[in-house]
Design a binder for this molecule. Structure first.
Ligand code: ADP
Length: 514
């Protein structure tokens, strides 16, 4: 047999294991779903990164192609051709180049050409020869090198491509100033005018100011950005996935929704387990009550039986000294058998009730007369002086529908309890009267009353008061549950309240009328 302590310990361990296991499960599913969502997000980000790379490559390729086209026209020995031909060709072959500066070996300007009339060519000369462009290293590059300088000059974004060349054993340098305004207002809008990128990109300059496009703040963490690696290297291109705002909102929502799902499932599991443990405990308590019941019923049966047997044997052996004694023994035998029948009746009624077989036969009856008759039968059975049974029955109670046998069981149980628990007090009162549409029967004793700790449970089957369980008057714990069932079967109910100054009043109220 597992002891109670071991069982309690087992339950605590089981609960702890379930809590830990469901916590782990919750954490695991949370993590897995977060990883899955991250995987989905990552594939969106990766395809956006591809788009970024492709756009950057195309911008740079266009700029470099323009540079190379101009470079082909540069011949240090015949710069006039460049000056004459390039402006006419520029719009077609190198729209991204604004002006060209050719310098000799000693970095002296040989020729400067701009392809648009209004361009200030000499600005370029001043920048290159004036040493204002930090990091621009014309003479330091090898022959054939193609380098870029990108930065802000006088608040304007300037992009230079510069080359080191050689002709007839002498170095010369070509510096091309990119037409940043053209790049911004013509090239970039054209490049980004496709369904994949439209409205979802921007380019920012070295001061994080928008060069083109719009703010992508609503896209949250899903924006992919990269600098232009070679040409416009101070600028940054950013692209947001098409569903970026939705993704950002989803990832915000996911945290909340999944958190609540996981939390709710955890709660359900815990509630389920607690309920099971609670049900197991209830079942256990009921089993204990049942075995107590069997023990007390057996004992209750044994006591009158041994009395009957003892006095029966005395009579059979003709051992009664006087005729009075003989009559007394017979009386004891009759009373004890009645007590025994009542107990057996009670147990059988209870068994029928438990099996759902309780059957009532209702007939219209005079409640006052029924109560009076039952009280007399009880008085005869008890045959004792104290406590006195005081009966107060109103004679104007309207007829009620009742099952006379069940009503007797109800009254006998209430009276039995009153006698049992009131001990040596003076009187037990039985009252019957009509209160509005209800007929009321009250049984009041002057005993010690019901312990407040027990009050809530006395009508439960097998429940016995704490004080009487150890010592106290004997009982089976089924009396009041029978009373309650019978009262309810009559369409009424039973309540118990404290009497003044001491004692208890049980009040059964059932509807009057047929
Ligand atoms: P029992 O066989 O124990 O009397 P009952 O179902 O009749 O079972 O009553 C349940 C419990 O209610 C009793 O064990 C007792 O503690 C309490 N009780 C019932 N009637 C009275 C009463 N008249 N006075 C005090 N306590 C009572």
């Amino acid at each position: 047999m597992v002891t109670v302590r071991a069982r309690v310990l087992l339950r605590a361990v089981l609960l702890a294991v379930v809590v830990v296991a469901s916590g782990f499960l919750a954490w695991w599913s949370w993590r897995t779903s977060a990883a899955l969502a991250a995987l989905g997000d990552r594939s969106v980000i990766e395809s956006t990164a591809l788009l970024v790379r492709e756009k950057i490559d195309r911008v740079e390729a266009t700029i470099i192609a323009g540079d190379n086209a101009v470079l082909h026209l540069v011949n240090p020995d015949d710069l006039d051709t460049l000056a004459q031909r390039w402006p006419d060709l520029a719009e077609r072959i190198s729209p991204t180049v604004r002006s060209v500066l050719v310098l000799d070996e000693a970095l002296r300007p040989l020729r400067v050409v701009a392809h648009r009339e209004d361009d200030d060519r000499f600005e370029l000369v001043a920048w290159v020869t004036g040493g204002r462009l930090e990091g621009l290293d014309l003479a330091g590059k090898e022959v054939g090198a193609h380098s870029h300088w990108h930065g802000a000059v006088d608040g304007r974004s300037v992009l230079l491509s510069y080359f080191t060349r050689e002709s007839a054993g002498r170095h010369y340098y070509v510096v091309l100033e990119a037409d940043v305004d053209y790049i911004r207002s013509e090239l970039l809008p054209k490049l980004f005018d496709d369904p994949l990128a439209r409205g979802r990109f921007n380019i920012t300059d070295e001061n994080h100011r928008l060069v083109i496009g719009r703010s992508l703040r609503s896209a949250g963490g899903f924006v992919v950005s990269a600098p232009f690696p070679t040409t416009l290297y101070n600028w940054q291109l950013a692209v947001a996935p098409r569903r970026a705002p939705e993704l950002a909102a989803r990832s915000r929502r996911r945290g909340v929704i999944e958190g609540s799902y996981v939390g709710a499932s955890l709660l359900v599991i815990l509630a389920g387990v607690s309920f099971l443990l609670f049900a197991a405990r209830q079942e256990e308590q009921l089993n204990t009550l049942k075995s107590d019941f069997i023990a007390t019923v057996s004992h209750e049966l044994k006591t009158p039986l041994s009395l009957i047997r003892m006095f029966g044997e005395m009579l059979a052996g003709d051992r009664a000294p006087t005729p009075e004694k003989r009559a007394q023994y017979l009386d004891i035998i009759v009373r004890e058998s009645e007590r025994l029948s009542a107990l057996i009746e009670n147990v059988l009624d209870f068994a029928r009730l438990e099996q759902g077989r309780a059957a009532y036969e209702f007939t219209a009856a005079d409640l006052g007369a029924t109560v009076r008759r039952d009280v007399e039968a009880f008085r005869f059975r008890e045959n004792r002086e104290r406590p006195a049974l005081v009966v107060e029955i109103a004679d104007d109670i309207a007829p009620v529908r009742l099952d006379a046998r069940a009503m007797q069981v109800l009254l006998f149980n209430l009276l039995d309890n009153a006698f049992k628990y009131a001990g040596d007090t003076d009187a037990v009162f039985v009252r019957a009267r009509q209160e509005g549409a209800r007929a009321v029967v009250e049984v009041e004793d002057r005993g010690p009353g019901i312990d407040p700790d027990d009050a809530r449970r006395i009508f439960e089957r097998f429940y016995r008061g704490r004080a009487v369980r150890s010592g106290g008057p004997r009982g089976t714990g089924i009396g009041l549950s029978l009373v309650k069932h019978i009262a309810r079967a009559h369409g009424g109910d039973v309540t118990a309240r404290a009497a003044s100054p001491t004692g208890t009043i049980f009040r059964v109220a059932i509807p009057v009328g047929g």
